[in-house]
Design a protein around this ligand. Structure first.
Ligand SMILES: [Zn+2]
Length: 375
């Protein structure tokens, strides 16, 4: 049995003082108010549920697409642990089938070996809309075929998320994916609001990087953005790096959807957790200038954002409360993924996954299954 003492603890719902956390085999056994105990490990700062990032393309100097291996997953996971992420969905950008298969096999190996922090895979594409492709390579954007469908439905990949454009994938296929427990996210899409609602009706649960690479809200065409903001039950990923989305648009989204339905995502490329400034991907050079990643011509190409920075940006610049920001980083994505019994909250029977933050919301330490993995 491990014992930890938290002076300040946010359990995903409320902030409590002086809490003794007991952990057995990686699982929280109890959390109780107590006096500081000598033999308990002291957690200095604010203890909060580990961050869950559903969209991570890379980190630690490696991009999942470029090297879809188990070693890459280890590097990505470690890179993001420094910034508080205790669970990530490695995200594969549109690519050829062989790369998709390799990526899936690597994630399956990580799941089988219980690699800390890897909980599944996010296929962002390839069934997207060409006019909204962003940096996704055009030559690999294609219609869904039985082999991709079978890959998405594999049962050895942990949690599976697929981003697709509903104007290019039928309602029947969306239903089939949802039935196979795939989380369907809508994005990189030019769909009308009506097409978007039809996909939600078919079981799609999320939107990938709300506002970016999707049909906008206009006076006579509500677009995917309008449908996403109006719908009450779906979840929206939001990149709060102040490069992808204007602060007012972020605030509007949080007001419409509430923090219970907005998930902070990084959309991080390989640069996070490394000093890399240049990256080659699909024949493009991606350059970092400050917190911005662009290709020639200035188009944004993923982000250099980390989860702790996203939390700070919400508190400092969107005027979110600390609790709202932390929910959007942990309990909301956990609920979206259907793992809220294990992750996203700290309570008896949940995984002992937490982050210790200082008073400026920088990460002092990160724990997964009761083990310190950073700090
Ligand atoms: Zn994208």
């Amino acid at each position: 049995m491990q014992r930890f003492f938290a002076e300040n603890l946010f359990d995903g719902k409320t902030v409590k003082k002086n809490q003794l956390i007991t952990v057995k085999a990686g699982t929280v056994q109890s959390i109780e108010t107590a006096d500081p105990l000598d033999d308990a490990e002291q957690l200095l700062g604010l203890v909060t549920p580990g961050f869950i990032d559903v969209q991570v393309n890379g980190g630690g100097g490696v991009l999942f697409n470029n090297q879809p291996t188990l070693e890459t997953l280890l590097k990505m996971s470690r890179a993001h642990q420094q910034f508080g992420s205790t669970a990530i969905l490695p995200t594969l950008i549109t690519d050829d089938f062989a790369t998709m298969q390799k990526a899936a096999d690597s994630v399956a190996a990580a799941i089988a070996q219980n690699v800390k922090g890897i909980v599944g895979i996010h296929f962002e594409g390839p069934h997207l809309s060409e006019p909204k492709k962003g940096i996704h390579p055009c030559q690999h954007i294609r219609e869904i075929s039985p082999k991709e469908l079978a890959l998405f439905k594999r049962q050895d990949l942990g949690l599976v998320c697929v981003t697709l454009a509903p104007e290019n994938v039928s309602v029947a296929v969306i239903k089939e994916l949802v039935k196979a427990n795939v989380k369907v996210c809508l994005g990189h899409s030019n769909a009308s609001a009506e097409q978007t609602f039809a996909a939600l009706q078919a079981g799609a649960q999320g939107f990938t990087h709300l506002f970016n690479a999707m049909s906008p809200l206009q006076s006579r065409a509500a677009g995917m953005v309008g449908a996403a903001l109006l719908d009450q039950s779906s979840y929206c990923g939001l990149i709060v790096d102040h490069e992808h989305v204007d602060t007012t648009s972020c605030q509007l989204a949080i007001k419409c959807k509430t923090p219970e339905h907005i998930m902070l995502v990084t959309d991080a490329m390989s640069h996070v957790g490394s000093d890399q400034t240049e990256l080659q991907f699909a024949g493009m050079q991606i350059n970092r200038q400050g917190n911005k990643l662009t290709i020639e011509g200035g188009r944004l190409a993923g982000s250099a954002l980390d989860m702790a920075s996203a939390v700070r940006n919400c508190i400092e610049n969107l005027h979110c409360s600390m609790q709202q920001a932390l929910k959007m980083a942990s309990s909301t994505p956990a609920t979206f993924l259907g793992i809220q019994q294990q992750k996203g909250y700290l309570s008896p029977q949940s995984a002992a996954d937490w982050v210790v933050l200082d008073n400026q919301y920088y990460v002092n330490a990160t724990y997964i299954a009761g083990e310190k993995v950073f700090g």
